[in-house]
Design a binder for this molecule. Structure first.
Ligand code: 2HA
Ligand code: ZN
Length: 273
C-alpha cells in the first residue's frame, strides 16, 4: 500500500510546490499548508477504503461527503515535504454525511488549518467544482500589506496592488480579498475564507499570510507569485520614495476589454456593496 501511495502523481505536485514555497522563504519553519481534492477514479483501488476510526470535523461539509483529499500534516515543513512527500502529506476520505473524516495513508495528523481546507473544499463542490487546490503560505510582502489600514478594504487593496503591473489584474480580475484577524486554525477563519473564495482566488489573512485557490496546486501557486510580484513593486516604490500611482484607468479598462475580463473586473466587489 505504501509503495502504491508513494507513486501517485499528485504527490509530485506537492513536492514541487513545497520546494518552491521553501525556496521563496514563504513557508518558514512549519508555516503554510496545502490540500488537493482527488477524484476516486484517480486513486488506486487499494487506497480507496479507509479502515481507521472516523475523526469528527468541527463543521459539517455535506457537499464534500465521500470525497478524497490530500492534505499536508501538522508540524510538517515545506522543505521536508519537497523531499519526502509521502511522509508530510496524508490521504483522507470525508464521510458521506460530511461530519467526519477517515485517514487512509501517509501523514495522519492533518494541518491545524483543516477547518479552512474543509470549508473551502466544500464550497468548491457547491459553486466551483473545477477548483480543487488550496495553498496557504506566509509571504512577507503580502503580510506587510495587511499592516496598512486602507488595505483592509479589499477594493482599495485590489485596485492599488493589481494596478502596479499590467498583467496582474488580467490574472485576477475579481481582485484579492482581506480577512480581519482570526485565530490561526480557527473555525471562524475557515468559514470566512470559504465565503470569500466564492468570489475571489486570493485572500490575505490579516497579519498572518495568504491563501490561494486554483484548479491545480500550480495554478494556486502561480497566482500567489503574481500578487507577491505586484506587492514587491509596491514596497520597492515606497522604499524609493516614489509615488504609487499605478496604471491609468483607461489602460486597465483597455486590457480588461482585450482579454474579455471587463464584466469580472467591473463586478469584482458587487458582493461587498
Ligand atoms: O500550518 O501556517 O496557519 C501552519 C500555519 C497555520
Ligand atoms: Zn499560516
Amino acid at each position: 500500500m505504501q509503495e502504491t501511495f508513494q507513486n501517485i502523481t499528485p504527490l509530485d505536485d506537492f513536492s514541487e510546490i513545497c520546494e518552491w514555497l521553501a525556496f521563496k522563504g514563504w513557508s518558514e519553519a512549519e508555516g503554510g499548508n496545502l490540500s488537493l481534492r482527488i477524484d476516486a477514479e484517480n486513486i488506486p483501488e487499494i487506497l480507496r477504503n479507509p479502515d481507521s476510526d472516523p475523526v469528527p470535523l468541527p463543521l459539517t461539509v455535506a457537499a464534500l461527503g465521500g470525497q478524497y483529499l490530500l492534505i499536508t500534516g501538522s508540524g510538517t515543513r515545506s522543505r521536508d515535504i519537497a523531499l519526502i512527500p509521502e511522509e508530510g502529506v496524508g490521504l483522507y476520505k470525508i464521510a458521506d454525511d460530511g461530519k467526519s473524516y477517515q485517514w487512509i495513508i501517509g501523514n495522519n495528523r492533518p494541518t491545524s488549518e483543516m477547518p479552512s481546507h474543509c470549508a473551502i473544499q466544500n464550497e468548491f463542490m457547491l459553486s466551483r467544482p473545477e477548483y480543487r487546490a488550496i495553498v496557504h503560505t506566509h509571504p512577507v510582502k503580502l503580510i506587510s500589506l495587511t499592516h496598512i489600514p486602507e488595505f483592509h478594504d479589499p477594493k482599495v487593496l485590489s485596485d492599488c496592488i493589481l494596478g502596479l503591473q499590467s498583467e496582474a489584474r488580467i490574472q485576477l480580475p475579481e481582485g484579492i480579498g482581506h480577512l480581519p484577524f482570526q485565530v490561526p486554525g480557527s473555525l471562524e477563519l475557515g468559514l470566512l475564507s470559504a465565503e470569500e473564495v466564492k468570489h475571489r482566488n486570493v485572500i490575505l489573512w490579516h497579519m498572518h499570510g495568504a491563501l490561494s485557490v486554483g484548479t491545480s496546486l500550480t495554478h494556486a501557486f502561480d497566482q500567489l507569485e503574481v500578487v507577491e510580484k505586484a506587492a514587491d513593486i509596491f514596497w520597492t516604490l515606497k522604499q524609493s520614495g516614489l509615488s504609487v500611482d499605478g496604471m491609468r484607468g483607461e489602460d486597465l479598462d483597455k486590457s480588461m476589454e482585450y482579454f474579455g475580463r471587463t464584466d469580472r473586473y467591473k463586478n469584482a466587489f458587487k458582493d461587498k456593496d
